[in-house]
Design a protein around this ligand. Structure first.
Ligand SMILES: Cc1ncc(COP(=O)(O)O)c(C=O)c1O
Length: 415
């Protein structure tokens, strides 16, 4: 993978692009929200579609010359309907956050009420954090996971909904390792006569492959990012029953966006086609098996996992249980030094600042895309343990860095 044409014009950017290819090849990418798009997806994203304005929707655009845009956007929509079984799909939101914005703009008035999971317990900024537009435009109350079990307390969510009387209840999370019982959240929403938005940003691929139960047909709205476990072009998606289609369409444009990013929509179409192939189900199943293997190894090494395990693509380690003095940031930094890239994360009952944290979040979607199996992930778990147990020991870190390199070479990326 080289960037000769960029280099002719702009050597500084070409240097950064090539350095990034090397970085991705030579490190273990374990940020749970990241993945490796195929070269086909990237070719579509880096295509002439970037030149085209296509405000509007297939068959009804504000500009001429949109026939190829219509073809590709329609393909993306049809494939998404097949993948997730939704009646209505909008593939134009620029990202997962904008997908959530589209639902809020379509269904809520400023000042309306949102009930959602607290950020430090695994929620997302766009679910109503005070520094996000959602927290500024709407009145927000948040539920928490049970700090003992690390799991959602559905009874408490229902009680909270009855008491707060929200207009929308948001489910779907950024750092929740367990299966979500969509019906139970739906019951809470119905108890308050509220809409239910299920944000499957992280688990789009797992839901499409049947590795996690689907909220489609249960929640009123399902949103997601298209570049995480589903491994398609970068962006967002909204799904709903047909009855909400017109409202969502006009919330996206003219409500909140101008021209859609047609090159990204092309990447979404290509990635969805890949996800419709039988191999994708194997990929999603392997991703979950790998996360379980990683989690079990970390537990064998003495680490505590929030909820004591995982049903998904990620594990959340509460370092306080094994390493009281090592913060999430210390662990993230030491691991990055050896080529293992993941993020510090708050844990339920967090006692440190969100910039320091007491936990780390580790995911397997990207490792699985480059061919890692459960044995590889057990080995990665051992390496993580060795680094955190010796996070200030340069000799140990040098040894582990070499083993990380061997693992990367054994599982090549973007050859
Ligand atoms: C639950 C959840 N919703 C929404 C988003 C936002 O997605 P994006 O980064 O595409 O805006 C994320 C991102 O990680 C997320 O975890």
């Amino acid at each position: 993978m080289d960037y000769d044409r960029v280099r002719e014009t702009d050597p500084q950017v070409a240097d950064a692009l090539e350095a990034e290819v090397e970085r991705q090849r030579d490190t273990l990418e374990m940020i749970a929200s990241e993945n490796f798009a195929s070269e086909a997806v990237m070719e579509a994203q880096g295509s002439v579609f970037t030149n085209k304005y296509a405000e509007g929707y297939p068959g009804s655009r504000y500009y001429g010359g949109c026939e190829n845009m219509d073809t590709v956007e329609s393909l993306a929509i049809e494939r998404a309907k097949e993948l997730w079984g939704a009646e209505y799909v909008n593939v134009q939101p620029h990202a997962g956050t904008q997908a959530n914005m589209a639902v809020y703009f379509a269904m809520l008035e400023p000042g309306d009420k949102i009930l959602s999971l607290d950020l430090t317990h695994g929620g997302h900024l766009s679910h109503g954090h005070h520094m996000n537009f959602a927290g500024q435009l709407y009145e927000v109350e948040q539920y928490e996971v049970d700090t003992e079990t690390g799991r959602l307390d559905y009874e408490a969510i229902r009680d909270h909904a009855e008491e707060f009387d929200p207009d929308i209840v948001v489910s779907g999370y950024s750092a929740y390792p367990r299966e979500i019982q969509w019906e139970r959240i739906q019951e809470a929403a119905e108890a308050a006569d509220a809409y239910h938005l299920a944000d499957i940003a992280h688990i789009t691929g797992l839901v499409a492959a049947g590795e996690h139960p689907s909220p489609v047909g249960i929640a009123d709205f399902v949103t997601g990012s298209t570049h995480k476990t589903i491994r398609a072009g970068r962006g967002g998606i909204v799904m709903a029953d047909e009855e909400y289609g017109d409202d969502i369409d006009s919330a996206v444009i003219p409500g909140m966006q101008g021209g859609p990013l047609m090159h990204n929509i092309a990447g979404k179409a290509v990635g969805f086609e890949e996800a419709l192939q039988p191999e994708f189900e194997e990929y999603a199943a392997q991703t979950v098996e790998n996360a379980k293997a990683l989690g079990e190894t970390l537990q064998d090494e003495g680490f505590g996992l929030v909820s004591e395990g995982t049903d998904t693509h990620l594990v959340l380690v509460d370092l306080r249980e094994s390493h009281e003095d090592v913060t999430g940031k210390d662990a993230e930094k030491a691991l990055e030094e050896v080529g293992i890239v993941l993020n510090a994360n708050t844990v339920p009952g967090e006692t440190r600042s969100p910039f320091v944290t007491s936990g780390i979040r580790a995911g397997t979607p990207a490792l699985t895309s480059r061919g890692f199996d459960a044995d590889d992930c057990r080995y990665v778990g051992e390496l993580i343990a060795r680094v955190i147990n010796n996070y200030e020991d340069e000799d140990v870190k040098a040894e582990v860095a070499e083993e990380v390199q061997n693992l990367c070479e054994a599982n090549p990326l973007y050859e």
